[in-house]
Write a protein that binds this ligand. Sequence first.
Ligand code: 13P
Length: 257
Amino acid sequence: MIKKPIVAANWKMHKTPQEGIHFISELNNLLLDKEKPSIIFCPPFTSLFHMNEMISDLDISLGAQNVYFENEGAFTGEISINMLKSCGVQYVIIGHSERRHIFNESNKDANKKLHNVLENEIIPILCIGEKLEDRKSNNTSKVLMEQLKDGLAGINKDMMDRIIIAYEPVWAIGTGVNALPDQVEESHAMIRKILLELYDNNLNNNIPILYGGSVKPDNSEDLINTKGVDGFLIGGASLNLEMFSKIIEIVHNKFMR
Ligand code: 13P
């Protein structure tokens, strides 16, 4: 059976709850009764509750962009996994490059969050990717290895059945310059190899690996047809109805072939 590809929208700090609901209802009108890839929306926290009520009848899932690793307490400004679960969240993005580079999150932080999310039966989307200087100095595989080794510390093989990896090279995020299919193929293969090494070849090799970084309708066909790509994590283009529905259609066409 062919694996259903995943199209995940990371709305970052965009759209009020009203705008989010409007977007989903318009998208639903466009895609009504059509077969779709797995679609996951990760809106800001403030939209989760209402979007969950709205998508309950639709073939769409809900994700959060972050979570704290403690379950409760004096952590002003943070949000717990139970709070997310009560809003119908099924996925959580962990270790996004903006969390790492703007908010100084480390691999260790990502690891603590990953444990918390998996222990609560929510699916993490672990983001990894190299900076431009890493790529230029041929350090891409070293960076990916560090992010995976430290990020996945203590995560057992069974837990790995419920994880999604997103390869998001930092230099491709929000720049309009996507990684080329050859670069994506190489990095995804590297990631699979590292995962097998970390788990002594004793791992289900079906872990979905998404690509993220300036995915747009005009590059999504080449990127989705790239070996090792199981779907996308999309920022900018997921905010635009026309672009996002076009990408969904392109991804779906690959799935149907
Ligand atoms: P862009 O699609 O805007 O490059 O963002 C990618 C991203 O960061 C998704 O998490």
